[in-house]
Design a protein around this ligand. Structure first.
Ligand SMILES: C[S@@+](CC[C@H](N)C(=O)[O-])C[C@H]1O[C@@H](n2cnc3c(N)ncnc32)[C@H](O)[C@@H]1O
Length: 395
């Protein structure tokens, strides 16, 4: 009998030529970690109970007032035994997931590189630039504990960073992103097709495309459009392009370009998309990147950004604190700062009109959980069955 609350197993992931080989034990390790991760998302409800029953009452007794910032909540929660155990276990699952993925891709790094080379050979839709450097804020950290982040190459022509990301992101999200890890891209293209069927973009830019998980559904939804997908990580682009070739998606050009200084002309794109990208940019860069987006967008065009919800005054300090876990313990140094920025201000500072700003919830489409994820289910580590999106049309 299928266990109701277990995440789907790794074997259900869609296969393609670039996906690394896994042994029985490696798959078992991934499945165990995905289940542990999902379990931790559920027992996280105990953190709220600890806060309500112990931490907040004790703080009020000691200080004669309630909490005023999420940092105060953090300092108080750090002393709570439930939170300590939950947080330590969550950190361990993240470390074990990286260790599991990294070890399996390193033993086949040469094979993966050769597969990518053979799929990419002679194609004009992969444009790498040795002069393009990741920005300093990306070089400074191993993003979400990924050894070497997105750009490090252990051999020439390496794709192992992307192979690790692709095979293991299933674990971190407990399968919530779907068979191709493309839930965000599927959701946004479905939203666009259904709510703006009159919109016929000819040229689309995806910024911080990674290995292209979420741009490919957009490319499939608009097969006549020219899609450009940019990133600074060469391993991501090599792997992403090879994966797209294997999946038969030919209208995406993967380019190694830094987002705040692109070579593209003014007003040259109809749609500029980012997915789970802005929270990884630095404090000043996010503004530069949004200005660049405004510059590149055609009048009548749209820009959309899929991110976790911002920390507004309406969000409780406890929720802000628990959402901030990634900033404290999962090597996401800009997470906190980015979620404090008000997206309407970010966009109006870059040139967009305030009245054109929009913030929407876009229904997630997950082809991996057989419709099990319902809109009223508790969120898994902040990943909800509705994707949070902000953006604006340009007039
Ligand atoms: C979390 S990944 C998201 C990948 C992809 N959008 C997706 O939905 O799967 C963020 C990506 O942004 C890239 N990135 C970060 N800062 C960048 C910048 N300034 N210019 C270009 N790419 C950048 C990283 O290399 C990484 O691949």
């Amino acid at each position: 009998m299928a266990a109701k609350n277990l995440p789907p197993v790794w074997n259900k992931m869609a296969k393609h030529a670039m996906l690394p080989e896994t042994t029985h034990d490696e798959r078992a390790r991934y499945n165990f970690l995905a289940s542990l991760n999902k379990h931790l998302a559920h027992v996280s409800q105990g953190n709220q109970m600890a806060f309500d029953k112990r931490v907040e009452p004790d703080f009020k007794k000691d200080h004669g007032r309630g909490f005023t910032t999420r940092e105060e909540v953090k300092e108080a929660m750090k002393k709570d035994p439930h939170y300590q155990a939950w947080s330590a276990l969550r950190r361990c699952t993240m470390e074990m997931r990286q260790q599991a993925g990294r070890s399996l891709v390193l033993r086949q790094a040469e094979d993966l590189k050769e597969k990518a080379e053979s799929l990419n050979k002679g194609k004009k839709t992969l444009i790498l630039d040795k002069e393009c450097q990741p920005p300093p804020y990306l070089l400074a950290v191993d993003n979400h504990l990924m050894p070497g982040s997105y750009h490090t190459e252990v051999i020439e022509g390496d794709v192992s960073a992307a192979a690790n990301y692709d095979s293991g992101v299933f674990v971190t999200t407990a399968g919530l992103l779907g068979k191709f890890n493309d839930g965000g891209g599927k959701a946004i293209s479905h939203w666009m097709k259904t709510t703006h069927s009159e919109f016929k973009p000819k040229r689309i830019l995806d910024i911080g495309c990674g290995m292209g998980h979420n741009v490919l559904p957009i490319a499939m939804a608009y097969p006549e459009a020219e899609i450009i997908a940019i990133d600074t990580g060469a391993p991501m682009l090599r792997y992403g392009h090879a994966r797209a070739m294997d999946l038969g998606i030919k209208n995406v050009t993967f380019m190694q370009v830094e987002a705040s200084q692109t070579p593209f002309e003014d007003e040259s794109f109809d749609w500029i998309q980012t997915t789970m990208f802005l929270h990884e940019t630095g404090g000043k860069s996010i503004y530069k990147i949004m200005e660049e987006i405004y510059r590149m967008l055609k009048p009548g065009g749209i820009t959309l950004h899929i991110e976790q919800p911002q920390y507004t005054d309406e969000m409780s300090l406890f929720e802000q604190f628990i959402r901030d876990w990634d900033a404290y313990y999962n090597s996401e140094p800009f997470w906190s700062k980015m979620h404090d920025i008000m997206p309407d201000e970010l966009m109006t500072k870059s040139g967009f009109n305030k009245e054109d700003f929009m913030q929407i919830g876009v229904k997630a489409i997950n082809d991996l959980d057989d419709g099990k994820t319902k809109a009223d289910e508790p969120e898994d580590h902040g990943r909800s069955p509705v994707w949070n999106v902000f953006g604006a049309w340009k007039h």
